[in-house]
Design a protein around this ligand. Structure first.
Ligand SMILES: Nc1nc2c(c(=O)[nH]1)N[C@H]1C(S)=C(S)[C@@H](COP(=O)(O)OP(=O)(O)OC[C@H]3O[C@@H](n4cnc5c(N)ncnc54)[C@H](O)[C@@H]3O)O[C@H]1N2
Ligand code: MOO
Length: 417
């Protein structure tokens, strides 16, 4: 059994969700800088896209009603993308048309040129068609992509790369988005050395700050890096105070457990209040969350997320606990993650008590798709993250799962990409 002082994972998630409201104000930025940013005001399509019927093939535009009466269509003009045909036409006329060109008024069907043959005399050209013609084929209808008045994005949506193109298609050059949340990061520990330097015999390289920074920057947070802070209470207090002067949130890693050099929680209790400490998950149980006395300009207490020092524990707690809260602070409407249910590729067991996040890969064979727990699940083994693509999520109370049992699987998202 897990000690009563451990918060169940779901309760920690709800507490973080309920406690965090958007902190940030909005700004208007050029469209090309808006990928991964959060929309601050609904975006409504001002017109249809496409805004006129146009051809999806290089070929010939006709009127479908003429097909029943006409074997040879008279070629009377051309329509190019950007250069419509505006001439007169009559029954049996056809227009040479290029992909993207407006389908002339009155015309409704396009035949690709590979299904057409041309007969030319000095006076005229006629076109006959070699395949069955379906009404309205090869015409991209006005509004088939976006209809005027549609809410394309509502406040709180995160813009993907393809969304940027969609906004371009309605002529938007600047977008109102929330300002990035300012997040200070720091690593604690006398043993840590920054990569790029020669480490001492009893040192290890600081990996956590680099993973944390990359995950935050993948989601367009503004990261302010306060580096490595030794296990010294005065230096930690000074660094936290500097970070609070510059950021809305502090994320530290290390020093949240029960060791004699674990000062982070003591300092949080001096500069603010612990909201909760210790969650019934593996890895990551000593995760800590708190409020500082220092407030944002709107009077919200600045937030503290204390990640455990073990490299995998810091990733899992950032990903599963801190990030949903940070996204909400940044103005995003956050959806609960969608679990998939997949058969296990090999049996797995654990001690009951903590919900476990097991790094896993997907295996597909002739007998189907299975999810495979990877060897090397220790909380210091970062390399399994590189070969995994999601977590198997093992419920707290369970202990044994057999091959082919259906288990919940959570694919990694853009934070871990
Ligand atoms: N007596 C107990 N000891 C521990 C417990 C416990 O319940 N009772 N919990 C263990 C668990 S679980 C975890 S997780 C760790 C978390 O401890 P801390 O958050 O205090 O982290 P540290 O002690 O500072 O470091 C733990 C481990 O991780 C390495 N580390 C720290 N920072 C980094 C970094 N930036 N980059 C790479 N590696 C880092 C550090 O060297 C340690 O090996 O506590 C257990 N102990
Ligand atoms: O919770 Mo610790 O993160 O199991 O290694």
């Amino acid at each position: 059994m897990v000690a009563a002082s451990f918060l169940p994972f779901d309760e920690a998630v709800s507490a973080l969700k309920n406690d965090n409201v958007p902190f940030v104000t909005s700004e208007t930025i050029p469209l090309h800088q808006a990928a991964q940013r959060i929309v601050a005001a609904d975006i409504i399509a001002p017109f249809d896209v496409p805004s006129y019927d146009n051809s999806s093939m290089d070929g010939y535009a006709i009127r479908y009603e003429d097909v029943a009466h006409c074997q040879h269509f008279e070629l009377i003009g051309n329509a190019f993308a950007g250069h419509p045909f505006n001439g007169q036409w009559q029954r049996g006329s056809c227009i040479r048309i290029m992909t993207g060109a407006p389908v002339p008024d009155g015309f409704d069907t396009v035949i690709m040129q590979e299904q057409a043959s041309e007969e030319k005399t000095e006076q005229r050209s006629t076109i006959s068609f070699t395949s069955e013609i379906k009404p309205f084929q090869n015409v991209r209808k006005q509004g088939e992509d976006i209809q005027s008045g549609t809410a394309l994005f509502t406040q709180g949506a995160r813009l993907k790369a393809t969304d940027i193109g969609l906004l371009a298609s309605i002529g938007i050059g600047r977008v109102r988005v929330f300002e990035p949340l300012k997040v200070a990061i720091l690593s604690t520990g006398d043993e840590l050395c920054d990569p790029g330097n020669i480490k001492g015999p009893n040192q290890i390289y600081d990996t956590n700050r680099f993973t944390i920074r990359a995950m935050l920057e993948n989601l367009a947070f503004e990261v302010i890096d306060f580096g490595i802070v030794p296990d010294c209470p005065d230096l930690l207090t000074q660094t936290f105070s500097n970070a609070l002067a510059n950021a809305d949130v502090i994320i530290s890693s290390g020093g949240v457990s029960v060791g004699e050099a674990d000062h982070t929680r003591t300092i949080l209790n001096e500069l603010g209040n612990m909201q909760f400490w210790k969650v019934a998950i593996k890895p990551g149980k000593p995760f800590a969350y708190g409020h500082f006395h220092s407030c944002t300009s709107d009077g919200h207490p600045k937030r503290f997320f204390g990640l455990p020092g073990n490299p995998v524990s810091s990733v899992v707690t950032l990903h599963q606990l801190a990030l949903p809260a940070l996204r909400k602070l940044a103005g995003e409407q956050v959806e609960a993650p969608q679990l998939q249910y997949l058969p296990l590729a090999s049996a797995i067991s654990k001690k009951p008590g903590r919900l476990e996040f097991v790094r896993a890969s997907i295996e597909t064979s002739s007998s189907g798709t299975q999810v495979k727990p990877l060897q090397g699940q220790g909380s210091g083994i970062l390399s399994t993250f590189s070969s995994s693509c999601g977590y198997i999520v093992l419920e707290a109370d369970g202990s044994n799962w057999q091959e082919n049992d259906l288990v919940p699987y959570l694919p990694f998202d853009q934070a871990l990409s």
